[in-house]
Ligand binder design. Structure first.
Ligand code: URA
Ligand code: ZN
Length: 382
């Protein structure tokens, strides 16, 4: 019997053109190439989080190593083979193009999106890749004027392997509840473009007790807590400001199972119901018109990148159905730390393990989360 498709919808790349761009910079985000005198044979360093750029450390040990897994399509395919993944929907990793000046943003987005589409076409047309399929989420020139963003959203529809867009939480610079995004949301809705929303900025170090406290555990606090809370805050702001009321067709796929949104949705709903500022409760401000559960069940998909059963159960419950949750790996982040080059990645094993653990007897639910939902929602031609 043929194996059901396993589709990884949360898997990143920095294509060679993007590595070149980051390597040409010396302020965050940038890639630092250590000299042989500093650390012989060491990989370049990826310094993308503000907390990475700690001036008390030499640049050669700031951030994290960035090896060829970040930019090599061969390595992506090797990772897929090792973990039984039949299709990957690759996306540019954070911080995307957020940092570009407005003049160069559109051209850079077009180049990267064309590169991604061409790489997927080349892969899918080649008999030598054993049927492994690649598709992509495009990126948007968010620092450019809104008309450029809209034109790229429309152009992406002509790239056959691009199945949506990835973006961060800052929007045009003022968050995703910014009314200036209305034209962008209208374009996303009218083109039925799915947005993969992914965090990058986390929370300020002060939320964790200051930079000294953060430094004691490296990336743990920013990645384990800062990232999911960033997503939670961004989507809550969208909801509270009525984005989903004005744009009821918007479709968002939230990274990391929606941060803490599944766990907090009931509390958000309750606080809205008790908020005297809102017209519905006798105040003078327009509150959200729809229940957060309705938004979760109609506008939002969640990935299954949550590394454990309690989180996955909450995600499925909040999404309203097993049909709205999709497997992902976050490759090439979180690689095995040992020397065994053939080791399975903990990130994949724990996310797959959570799916198996939640549905020990339900092959249909597993099949949907592992690939069936992505095929249906993204319209993947496998
Ligand atoms: N760290 C990042 O910077 N991005 C990811 O997607 C995962 C981990
Ligand atoms: Zn990611």
């Amino acid at each position: 019997m043929p194996q059901p498709a396993v589709v990884d919808i949360h898997t990143h790349m920095y294509p060679p053109s993007y590595i070149k761009l980051l390597s040409s910079r010396s302020t965050v985000p940038y890639i630092y190439h250590p000299t042989p005198a500093e650390t012989p044979d060491s990989d370049p360093r990826l310094i993308i989080l503000a907390s990475d750029d700690d001036p008390s450390r030499p640049k050669s040990s700031r951030g994290r190593p960035v090896d060829s897994t970040y930019s090599s399509f061969d390595q992506k395919r090797a990772f897929m083979r090792r973990h039984g993944i039949s299709c990957s929907v690759i996306s540019l990793a954070n911080p995307w193009l957020d940092f570009l000046d407005p003049d160069s943003a559109l051209k850079t987005a077009q180049e990267i999106n064309n590169d991604l589409d061409a790489a997927c076409a080349e892969n899918n047309g080649s008999a030598s890749h054993e049927g492994l399929k690649l598709f992509a989420f495009g990126c948007l020139p968010l620092s450019a004027p809104a008309r450029d963003i809209v034109s790229e959203i429309q152009r992406l529809k002509s790239l056959g392997h691009v199945k949506g867009v990835i973006m961060g939480t800052t929007g045009l610079g003022n968050g995703l509840d910014d009314p200036a995004l209305d034209d962008v949301y209208s374009a996303l809705s009218s083109t039925a473009t799915l947005v993969f929303l992914h965090p990058h900025y986390g929370l300020p170090d002060s939320a964790f007790g200051g930079p000294e406290v953060v430094a004691k555990s490296g990336h743990v606090l920013p990645l384990a807590l800062g990232f999911p809370l960033e997503t939670t805050i961004a989507v809550s702001r969208m909801y509270l400001s009525g984005v989903f009321d004005r744009h009821p067709q918007l479709q968002f796929l939230l990274a990391h199972s929606g941060g803490t949104l599944p766990f907090l949705a009931g509390r958000i709903e309750s606080c809205v119901a008790h908020e005297r500022e809102f017209i519905a409760n006798g105040g003078h401000r327009q509150g959200p018109q729809r229940s957060i559960w309705d938004v979760l069940h109609t506008n939002i998909y969640l990935d299954a990148v949550i590394y454990g059963q309690p989180g996955l159960k909450a995600a499925i419950e909040a999404a309203g159905s097993v049909d709205r949750v999709m497997f992902g790996t976050d490759h090439p982040f979180f690689p095995p730390l040992g020397d065994d080059k053939e080791a399975k990645w903990l990130s994949v094993e724990s996310n797959k393990g959570a799916i198996d653990g939640c549905f020990p007897e339900d092959e249909d639910a597993k099949r949907k989360i592992l690939g069936g939902n992505a095929i249906r929602v993204l319209g993947l031609d496998l």
